[in-house]
Design a protein around this ligand. Structure first.
Ligand code: MF3
Ligand code: CO
Length: 257
């Protein structure tokens, strides 16, 4: 079931969303060669708790997957060929030339906000910089479609079209999602699809839109047995941006700004 949020609920989601944005802004100033991904995680968790909120991802267990270990951190920090769900570690030091997706969720006053950005560390290959820029544009173009009267896959198709026009591959087995009092709600929001298909979008629906785009040919992100981190099949770099948005009549409202 897709829930429609009241104005009161959206106001609470704005609060959660704004806090996520502040975490990612804060990390932008901390991330540099030499820092461990674990340190970034500690900074984020402290910041969230200092603002009377709780990390959404910490101890998260995907619904219907009782066998998996609960997610052990506040952030997902996914570097280079890692697509998503990289687990922070004291052993993983960030280096010049890498691209780092930092994904953060917070739970505040009963509602979640969820957002991710890919940071470029120092000088990177121009082709990699372009991947990051285009993935950000994919998110913007998807959000442009997130208006009442459009259909869900209008968002998906806009993302796919832009990515493909650069010859990139869309990661198809990882998707965006509805969000609200639960981190993952219906509907799934794929990053590929046919325009004018899928459920009709209505004002008050809240979605986390999150394109994951790769430089090579990989259309799937795969994990080693028991591991959280999901990587491209061909080892090519991938980028990831995410915003939590509310569908509006004329335009979407970005809640994680
Ligand atoms: N933004 C990601 C998602 O919505 C992060 C989830 S990590 C998890 O799927 F641990 F919470 F699953
Ligand atoms: Co998400």
């Amino acid at each position: 079931m897709i829930t429609i949020k009241s104005e009161r609920e959206i106001e609470l989601m704005r609060e959660a969303g704004r806090l996520v944005a502040r975490v990612l802004d804060m990390l932008e100033n901390e991330i540099r060669p030499g820092i461990s991904t674990k340190r970034l995680d500690e900074l984020a968790e402290q910041f969230i708790r200092d603002h009377n909120a709780v990390p959404s991802f910490l101890n998260y267990v995907p619904k219907g997957e009782s066998g998996v270990t609960p997610y052990p951190a506040t952030l997902c920090v996914s570097i280079n060929e890692e697509v998503v769900h990289g687990v922070p570690s004291t052993k993983r030091i960030i280096h010049e030339g890498e691209i780092v997706s930092v994904d953060c969720g917070v739970y505040k006053s009963g509602y979640h906000g969820d957002s991710a950005r890919t940071y470029i560390i120092g000088e990177v290959d121009p082709a990699v910089r372009q991947l990051v820029d285009v993935t950000r544009e994919c998110l913007d173009l998807g959000i442009e479609q997130a208006v009442e009267g459009n259909r869900l896959h209008d968002i998906s198709a806009a993302i796919e079209k832009h990515a493909r026009s650069f010859g990139y591959s869309v990661i198809e087995n990882m998707v965006g999602h509805g969000i609200g009092s639960e981190l993952h709600e219906e509907p799934a929001v794929p990053n590929y699809g046919r325009p004018h298909t899928g459920v009709k979008l209505r004002s008050g629906m809240t979605l986390a839109i999150e394109p994951m785009i790769a430089l090579g040919r990989s259309r799937r992100a795969v994990s080693k047995r028991g591991a959280w981190a999901a990587v491209t099949e061909d080892g090519s770099y991938s980028a990831h941006f995410e915003h939590t948005i509310a569908i509006g009549k004329a335009q979407a409202e970005i809640l994680t700004k």
